[in-house]
Design a protein around this ligand. Structure first.
Ligand SMILES: NC(=O)c1ccc[n+]([C@@H]2O[C@H](COP(=O)([O-])OP(=O)(O)OC[C@H]3O[C@@H](n4cnc5c(N)ncnc54)[C@H](O)[C@@H]3O)[C@@H](O)[C@H]2O)c1
Length: 495
C-alpha cells in the first residue's frame, strides 16, 4: 500500500490532501503506462445510480469493476447486484483509503457540485479519471482540473460528453477548418431542456432522509440544507447549489462543437436574460450571449471575434435560411448548433450529430482529427480505456481535461451570466485572472428568495421576497470559486 493510502484519507480530511502530489508510478505499480493492453483495469465507480450505471456498463464489458461508491444504496442497488465482487462504499474518501492501491481508474458520475473535489482527489492519488459533464460546478474548479491535467499528463482524463468523440463533431471541425463556410462571427445554440421542473421556490417541508441514503455526503462541500425528496435523485440539476440548470446539463453536448472548431479560449464579454430568476433554483428559460475575441488565424480560415448565443427552455434562435419548413429545430437529439459563416451556414444536432450545410452542398474536407468508433455506444468510455493502456503511444482523449476544463469554463460562465443578470449590464471578464472587471466594489445585488404569488378569493396577490442587498463582487467571487463547507477542501492549484 502506498504512503498516501496508509495515512488515512478520511482522518486527514481532504484538507491535508492539498499537500500531496501525484504518486509516482513505482509506488502505484502497474498504473500510468505500465498496463499491457491484455491486462484488465481495476475501475472504481463513484455515483453509480444514474448515468454512472450506463458508463460502467460501457466499461465492465472489458474491465474489472472492483469498488462501487454511492450515497444512495437503494437507487444504486441494480449496480451493486450486478457486481457482487465489488466492495461497496458510501464515502469515496474511505474507498480511496482502503482500496487506493488496487484501483487504477475512477468513473465519477455524481451531482455536478461534487465532480471537482472527487476528481481532484482521484488525480492526486494518480488515478485515471472519467468524469461526467459538466466537469465542474465553478470556473475555479475547472481551472484547477485543467492545471492538474497539465501537470500530470500521465493521468488519462476524459469528460463524459460522448458527442466529443462522435464523427459529427469531427466533421463540423474539419469543415470549418477547411473554410467550407467561411469566417464565423455568430453561432446560435439551443436545447429543449429543462424537461424537469425549474423556477421553483425552495421547499419548506423537511422530508425524512431514507435509511438507504446519506444526505450529509450528498451535500459534500456545499452548504448544508434540510433534505427534501425534490432534490435527489436526478432533480438536483435544477438547484443551483448542486447543478447548473439546462445549460450545465446540455451545453456540454451542444457548445462543444463551436468551442473546438472555433478554437475558443476565454470570453471577454457576457450577458444573459431569463424567466424569473430565483436564489436557489434555475429559471425555466435562459438566453446567454458570450463574446470571444479574435483568435490566431488558421491556414484556410480567419478566426475573428465571435458571439455565441445560448437558448433553452423553449426559446429558439431564428430559423436559418435554408432550414426546411416543417422540420423541428429540436428534432436532432433535443439540441441544435447553427454556425453562421460568410459563405454558408452549418447546422448540427445535439452531440454534433448530422451536420449539414444549408446550401445543400456536401463538403469533402481532408481528415484532420482522430476518429473514435461507436462514440455514442460506449466508444467514448472505451477510448479512455484504450488510451490508459496505450502507455507511451497514448494520444489525448477527445475530452481530455486540458480541453474539457477550459470548455467547462464556457458553460459555467453561462450560469454566472444568468445569475448576475440583475446587475443590468454586459459583464467584462478577465479570463486569465478569473474575475469580472466592471463590477464595482460598492455594487450590490438583491436576489429573489421566494415568489409568493397567490390567488386569494379570486384576486391575484403579488409578493416577491428578496434577500437584503449583497455585495455584488463578493457574490460573483463566491460563484467563481466556491467556499467549501468545513471538512471539505480542494487540493491546491498547481503552479
Ligand atoms: N453524458 C450524458 O449524456 C449524461 C446523461 C445524464 C447525466 N449526465 C451527468 O451524469 C452526472 C449524474 O447525473 P444523473 O442524471 O446520473 O444523476 P442521478 O442523480 O440520477 O445519479 C447520480 C448518482 O450519484 C450518487 N451520488 C450523489 N452524490 C454522491 C457522492 N458525493 N458520492 C457518491 N455518490 C453520489 C447518487 O446517489 C446517484 O446514484 C451529472 O453530472 C450529469 O450531468 C451525463
Amino acid at each position: 500500500m502506498s504512503n498516501i493510502t496508509r495515512r488515512s484519507f478520511l482522518q486527514r480530511g481532504t484538507a491535508a490532501a492539498a499537500a500531496l502530489t501525484i504518486v509516482p508510478n513505482v509506488v502505484l505499480g502497474k498504473a500510468h503506462g505500465h498496463i499491457a493492453p491484455t491486462d484488465k483495469l481495476n475501475i472504481a465507480g463513484i455515483g453509480i445510480g444514474g448515468m454512472g450505471n450506463a458508463n460502467l456498463k460501457n466499461m465492465e464489458k472489458t474491465e474489472n469493476i472492483v469498488a462501487l461508491c454511492d450515497i444512495d444504496w437503494r437507487y444504486s442497488k441494480p449496480v451493486f447486484d450486478r457486481h457482487p465482487q465489488a466492495k461497496k462504499y458510501w464515502d469515496y474518501r474511505k474507498m480511496f483509503d482502503e482500496m487506493g492501491s488496487s484501483i487504477d481508474a475512477v468513473m465519477v458520475a455524481t451531482a455536478d457540485h461534487t465532480h471537482a473535489i472527487i476528481t481532484a482527489d482521484a488525480m492526486t492519488l494518480g488515478k485515471h479519471v472519467y468524469t461526467q459533464k459538466p466537469l465542474t460546478h465553478s470556473i475555479y474548479e475547472a481551472r484547477l482540473l485543467t492545471k492538474l491535467a497539465e501537470a500530470h499528463p500521465e493521468v488519462v482524463t476524459q469528460m463524459g460528453n460522448q458527442g466529443s468523440s462522435d464523427e459529427g463533431t469531427d466533421l463540423v471541425t474539419e469543415w470549418i477548418w477547411n473554410g467550407e463556410i467561411g469566417e464565423v462571427t455568430r453561432v446560435d445554440c439551443a436545447t429543449n431542456r429543462p424537461i424537469w421542473p425549474q423556477g421553483l421556490n425552495t421547499p419548506e417541508k423537511v422530508d425524512k432522509v431514507p435509511k438507504t441514503m446519506n444526505w450529509d455526503l450528498f451535500i459534500g462541500p456545499a452548504k448544508m440544507r434540510p433534505f427534501n425528496m425534490t432534490y435527489h435523485p436526478w432533480n438536483w440539476r435544477g438547484w443551483w447549489d448542486f447543478g447548473t440548470g439546462a445549460l450545465g446539463d446540455m451545453a456540454c453536448h451542444i457548445l462543444h462543437q463551436p468551442f473546438q472548431a472555433l478554437k475558443l479560449t476565454y470570453p471577454t464579454r457576457v450577458q444573459a436574460s431569463s424567466t424569473m430568476l430565483l436564489q436557489d433554483c434555475a429559471p425555466t428559460a435562459e438566453h446567454v450571449r458570450l463574446i470571444y475575441p479574435a483568435r490566431e488565424n488558421m491556414p484556410k480560415i480567419a478566426m475573428p471575434e465571435v458571439e455565441i448565443h445560448w437558448y433553452d427552455g423553449g426559446l429558439l434562435p431564428d430559423r436559418p435560411v435554408g432550414f426546411p419548413d416543417g422540420e423541428d429545430m429540436m428534432g436532432m437529439g433535443g439540441g441544435i448548433t447553427i454556425f453562421h459563416g460568410t459563405k454558408d451556414t452549418l447546422v448540427c444536432g445535439c452531440y454534433g450529430q448530422k451536420p449539414r450545410l444549408m446550401s445543400g452542398r456536401v463538403p469533402n474536407a481532408p481528415k484532420a482529427v482522430r476518429r473514435v468508433k461507436d462514440a455514442m455506444r460506449g466508444g467514448h468510455e472505451q477510448d479512455w480505456i484504450a488510451q490508459i493502456k496505450a502507455g507511451s503511444s497514448r494520444v489525448p482523449c477527445k475530452s481530455d481535461f486540458r480541453i474539457a476544463g477550459p470548455f467547462t469554463e464556457m458553460v459555467d460562465m453561462g450560469v454566472l451570466a444568468v445569475r448576475l443578470q440583475t446587475l443590468n449590464k454586459e459583464l467584462e471578464w478577465d479570463g486569465q485572472n478569473m474575475k469580472f472587471t466592471n463590477i464595482g466594489p460598492n455594487e450590490e445585488i438583491r436576489i429573489l428568495k421566494k415568489d409568493d404569488f397567490k390567488v386569494v378569493d379570486g384576486d391575484p396577490k403579488f409578493n416577491k421576497i428578496y434577500t437584503d442587498p449583497i455585495n455584488a463582487q463578493a457574490f460573483a467571487a463566491e460563484m467563481i470559486k466556491h467556499n467549501y463547507r468545513e471538512g471539505w477542501k480542494l487540493v491546491d492549484m498547481p503552479r
